[in-house]
Design a binder for this molecule. Structure first.
Ligand code: NAD
Length: 693
């Protein structure tokens, strides 16, 4: 895989930086990437193995606590650029990736390290300031410096095109000058890290190597370029490709987090959390309100990204975003009430109250099937409760995770209070090794059990939202069989069947069984499977390649044990992970399709002779997420609802979640509740106040 060199976009002569790298330099193993503050393509930063911060307009002086009125100040600054490049700098440091700062790039790094700038060189502009063409002068290189090692020169000709410079009296933290202007021996021409331990390659120069006269020969251009590219070639980031399941194309390839970057992000979260907790609930809710408005503002690109990385039909991605907004509204409307101090005793000598304090820094390790909805159950109440969140999106929806982070910060959530852990399972595992104050997981039983075991000794809250094998029972008294069959079918196939509370098995009273099956199959036949971007598509691609094989295996297993496949159940040939929705009858509980979570658009329909048999089969499962009963009679349905060992029961509906009700699984479906007032209180801890006097 090619290494990627990100070059920050500048309005002044960007092509010079780009063209500095010839085909010969890049060979076939390095690719250039434009990182543009104008396009705000921050997600591309995470694909790069090295960076150049380029020259250009003066840095906004508030970055180094200085006034914006000074000689030769520009008419306007580019604050977005400063912030965008700050992100690049921080990224390079977090992952120890090679960095080259040129002119303004060097000045930015200095101020980001706490240094100051000489705002205008005044008389020295005669040597340095660009007029028609670059000024040329000599530089002296410090002994024992990286620059000296690279150029193998103690002095040489460089160019000059700046009116600001590094203030040598207030050089940034851990920086040491490595070159000065010969003529005045005052102006710093380059710097590097003083203590390089634990740091990646970093070199900064005040001149412009990319356009130096004689750059093909000069060590102050050629050697620097050669060494910088060598350093990029040496990097060893673990990569993860984001694949579009409908086309099998690679959307992008991202760097995964490393044990060091996870540890550093944790330190940043820990440091930032108390400041966030010291704001009022009202202030935090204000940020969340803004987040909701941004979800709306960017809905088109958010929906497209979601569909492209996990394959659900585009209209369902819009539905998910709308559902997310509605859920968040519940937290906006109710958090204040459930988080404020609760007075218990206001009379007598001893007053008593309960204060709800944040847990601290909590992890949310999440699934891919509804990345907005499942993240929101945790991250919104956690943030409103004053926690900082270490959010690990699933490796199948990282781009959506990045979008969530971008919007969180745009909404005013404090810097470093919402960090992402990017990567596969081993990155999630690294979170378990940190001393976090709570673990909130959504995913499979297998991973959930592992997490619970790993963090048990920490004695911190650990909540699990896991899988299900949710039954739906149709009683013989239902009035409109077609309508019930339509509801059941939607419960099975919505979101390509990849919902934790999807209907996974159907039981039908023998009196209406034939009619139900006929209606179900007829309706299932009409489902449109195909390109998830098409408006008419009802079933897109399943998200993971292995899942196709897994589903085909369940169908095959059932067939071998005597089931009849009435419809579908085959892989659709061509590109993409598509499977025909399947309907199986003559099924029983020896078959995997009736016992193991399918997570796809397939289901078995089993005939039952009475309610008692239905209950026995519905309860014959290790899971306990939801159970649905369709009947005209609530009394009859309720008798069954009471016998279900599940967190949720439905009468005449299914596959639904309400923000006002607790969302919880029993047995292998989970531990603890999110949503409702319980899901607000889950992210805080009570402190009892006993007050006398
Ligand atoms: P998964 O368990 O494979 O992965 C979930 C997350 O855990 C991912 O971010 C993954 O990277 C991480 N992970 C994997 N191994 C890890 C390890 N050893 N340590 C720490 N983290 C690790 O699940 P999935 O395939 O992403 O999600 C599908 C499952 O989630 C289904 O079973 C579904 O029913 C369930 N789910 C449940 C709910 C609910 O509310 N109950 C909601 C959505 C999904």
């Amino acid at each position: 895989m090619k290494k990627r060199l990100g070059i920050s976009y500048t309005k002044t002569n960007f092509h010079n930086y780009w063209n500095w790298f010839t085909i010969h330099d890049l060979q076939n193993d390095i690719q250039l990437v434009e990182l543009s503050f104008e396009k705000n393509n921050t997600e591309d930063i995470s694909t790069c193995d090295g960076f150049i911060l380029t020259g250009g307009i003066d840095i906004e002086p508030s970055f180094y606590d200085a006034s914006s009125s000074y000689a030769n100040a520009p008419d306007e600054f580019q604050n977005e650029r400063d912030l965008f490049e700050k992100t690049i700098f921080e990224y390079s440091q977090l992952y120890q990736l090679p960095l080259l700062g040129i002119c303004r790039g060097m000045q930015l790094i200095n101020v980001l390290q706490g240094g100051k700038l000489i705002q205008d060189l005044g008389a020295l502009n005669a040597i340095h300031k660009k007029e028609e063409i670059d000024k040329e002068h000599e530089t002296i290189v410090e002994d024992n410096s990286l620059l000296r090692e690279i150029t193998n020169a103690s002095s040489g000709k460089i160019n000059s095109a700046h009116h600001q410079a590094i203030d040598k009296n207030t050089l940034g933290k851990n920086l040491k000058a490595n070159a000065y202007t010969n003529a005045d021996h005052k102006t710093i021409e380059g710097f590097e890290f003083n203590d390089k331990s634990g740091k990646g390659f970093m070199l900064c120069v005040q001149w412009h190597p990319e356009r130096l006269i004689g750059k093909e020969e000069s060590p102050f251009s050629k050697k620097i370029k050669e060494r910088f590219l060598q350093e990029i070639r040496k990097t060893k980031m673990e990569k993860i490709s984001i694949i579009n399941p409908a086309t099998e194309e690679i959307i992008t390839t991202l760097n995964e987090d490393t044990p060091q970057s996870i540890e550093e992000k944790f330190q940043l979260l820990k440091k930032a959390q108390p400041g966030w907790a010291s704001t009022t609930v009202k202030e935090r809710i204000k940020c969340i309100k803004k987040f909701v408005s941004l979800l709306d503002e960017y809905k088109d690109e958010l929906a497209k990204t979601l569909t492209s990385e996990m394959g659900k039909p585009l209209h369902q991605s819009y539905n998910e975003l709308n559902g997310a907004k509605a859920k968040i509204q519940f937290f906006i409307d109710n958090s204040q009430k459930w988080l404020e101090d609760e007075w218990i005793t206001t009379e007598g000598t001893t007053k008593e109250k309960i204060v709800y304090e944040p847990l601290g820094v909590v992890a949310n390790i999440s699934a891919w099937n509804y990345p907005y909805l499942v993240a929101i159950n945790v991250v919104i109440p956690a943030l409103i409760g004053g926690n900082a969140v270490f959010y690990k999106p699933s490796e199948y929806t990282i781009l959506t995770g990045m979008n969530i982070q971008k919007l969180m910060y745009e909404s005013g959530v404090h810097e470093h209070c919402f960090e992402l852990a990017i990567g596969r399972g081993h990155v999630g595992k690294a979170l378990l090794e940190l001393p976090l104050n709570g673990y909130f997981f959504t995913g499979s039983y297998k991973t959930g059990k592992f997490i619970a075991e790993q963090v048990a000794h920490k004695l911190v809250p650990c909540q699990l939202e896991l899988g299900g094998k949710d039954p739906l029972y149709v009683m013989d008294d239902v009035e409109d069989i077609d309508k019930v069959a339509a509801a059941a079918l939607e419960g099975v196939v919505y979101n390509n069947g990849q919902s934790c509370c999807a209907v996974e098995r159907i039981y039908v009273h023998e009196k209406i069984y034939d009619e139900f099956v006929k209606s179900y199959v007829e309706q299932a036949k009409k489902l449109i499977v195909g390109d998830p971007l098409n408006e008419s598509t009802e079933i897109g691609a399943v998200s993971r390649k292995e899942q196709v094989e897994f589903l085909l295996h369940q169908v095959e297993d059932a067939k071998q044990k005597g089931a009849t496949v009435l419809l579908g159940g085959k892989k659709i040939n061509g590109k993409g992970y598509f499977i025909e929705p399947a309907v199986l009858i003559n099924v029983n509980h020896d078959m995997k399709i009736m016992k193991e979570e399918s997570f796809g658009p397939i289901t078995g329909i089993q005939k039952v002779k009475d309610d008692e048999e239905a209950v026995a089969l519905m309860e014959d499962t290790e899971y306990g997420l939801t159970a649905a009963i369709y009947s005209k009679s609530f009394e009859r349905a309720e008798k069954i609802m009471m016998q279900m060992n599940t967190g949720t029961v439905y009468w005449n509906c299914c596959d639904r979640v309400s923000a006002a009700l607790p969302w919880s699984g029993r047995k292998h479906s989970g531990l603890g509740s999110t949503l409702s007032y319980q899901g607000i209180r889950a992210f805080v801890q009570p402190k009892a106040y006993h007050m006398r006097g």
